[in-house]
Design a protein around this ligand. Structure first.
Ligand SMILES: Nc1nc2c(ncn2[C@@H]2O[C@H](COP(=O)(O)OP(=O)(O)OP(=O)(O)O)[C@@H](O)[C@H]2O)c(=O)[nH]1
Ligand SMILES: [Mg+2]
Length: 343
């Protein structure tokens, strides 16, 4: 857990300037939260994920003040209200700060915005454009509002996601409404907390693929880069399995996630999988169990590009955990009022 600090310059408190942490961690993954939803999610990530450097960006000064994240980019107030040219202009004005945050160590940028309002929806695609112009692997993670928020917000969000898709290598869409299928206790008071947790899990899973717990695993940034680069629609899910045919169970469990409701399953172009097992348990991964992976892959188009590797995780006991990152599939019509999205 990182300690929450109250770093702020007096100019910042007055709303005059952005702040950059001069001792910015030298990490290869940078994540930027944009707008209230994106920032709230990033605030949770900041407390729970080491090894990723975070920034928050908003025209809402208070939103930045309330964040424990030190890298804060303040857009001119109200500058963000407007799509396209207007948003581009607002972001261009802060380009120096964004460039400084995305320094030479950076290889991957994750842009997190909840679609449906103004700032996240309009500004996130423009920030993605800047990151991609720098040649960085650029990934977007966006949320679509809950149905209770109303159709107008949802339609705006879907348009925002379309715009975002044009400017990122890979786009992860979290349809908040799917969370109601995962959590029985979901109500309006904890809905966004669950959304923030889901976004945090996605970022942590991506981070773990690039920075495995077990250094011996033969998976690294290049594999993740290969899968995500120009990947289009993307998802990352994990599943668990135990007992008989536990690898198959874990793979099936991962793909049963309600978060994949909108994906046309088995139409992926690229898949990257890690099979976690506990090598110190009484049941480490057996050769025979690897065949289950092969069998499972027969569900997919034979042209699908698959990279997979086993990895040790001491927290697992006799269970198997799999994490699946997949890209290049179509979205089905089940997104609320959503058109069919081609990747
Ligand atoms: N994950 C998450 N999503 C949120 C949260 N608050 C709001 N949202 C979602 O984000 C959508 C956009 O709202 P905001 O993030 O407040 O909007 P904004 O990007 O700050 O844009 P403005 O209208 O300029 O304030 C909402 O429709 C919600 O679905 C939050 O705390 N966490
Ligand atoms: Mg806002």
């Amino acid at each position: 857990m990182k300690k929450k600090d109250n770093y702020a310059t007096s100019e910042f408190e007055l709303g005059i300037m952005s702040t950059l942490d001069k001792n910015q961690q030298r990490t290869i993954i940078r994540a930027i939260g944009i707008g209230a939803g994106g920032i709230n999610a990033v605030n949770l990530m900041y407390q729970n994920i080491d090894g990723v450097t975070f920034a928050v960006l908003d025209s809402d000064h208070q939103q930045l003040i309330d964040s424990p994240v030190r890298n804060r980019v303040l857009l001119r107030p109200n500058a963000a209200h407007g799509q396209g040219e207007k948003a581009r202009h607002a972001v261009e004005e802060s380009k120096a700060e964004i460039d400084a945050f995305l320094d030479d160590d950076t290889r991957m940028v994750i842009i997190i915005g909840s679609m449906g309002g103004y700032t996240g929806t309009d500004v996130a695609p423009e920030v993605a454009r800047i990151a991609r112009e720098k040649g960085l692997l650029t990934v977007g993670i966006v949320t679509i509002p809950f149905i209770f928020e109303g159709s107008q917000k949802i339609l705006k969000a879907l348009k925002g996601a379309e715009e975002m898709r044009k400017h990122v290598d890979a786009l992860f869409i979290i349809d908040n409404q799917c969370l109601t299928e995962i959590y029985n206790d979901l109500d309006q008071s904890n809905a966004f907390t669950k959304s923030n947790e889901t976004l945090t899990t996605a970022v942590r899973s991506l981070y773990c693929l690039i920075t495995p717990i077990d250094r011996r695993v033969c998976m690294d940034f290049n594999d993740v880069n290969y899968t995500l680069r120009k990947g289009g629609n993307a998802f990352i899910v994990s599943g668990f399995g135990s007992g008989e045919r536990r690898v198959t169970k874990a793979l099936e469990n991962a793909l049963e996630s309600p978060l994949l409701k909108d994906c046309e399953s088995f139409s992926f172009k690229k898949i990257l999988m890690i099979i976690y097992y506990n090598r110190d348990s009484e049941s480490p991964l057996l050769m025979e169990e690897m065949n289950q992976i092969q069998e499972f892959m027969e569900n997919f188009d034979h042209e699908v590009d698959v990279i997979w590797a086993p990895a040790h995780d001491s927290t697992l006991k006799d269970q198997i955990k799999v994490t699946i990152l997949a890209t290049g599939f179509n979205m089905s019509n089940s997104l609320p009022m959503g058109p069919k999205h081609e990747s």
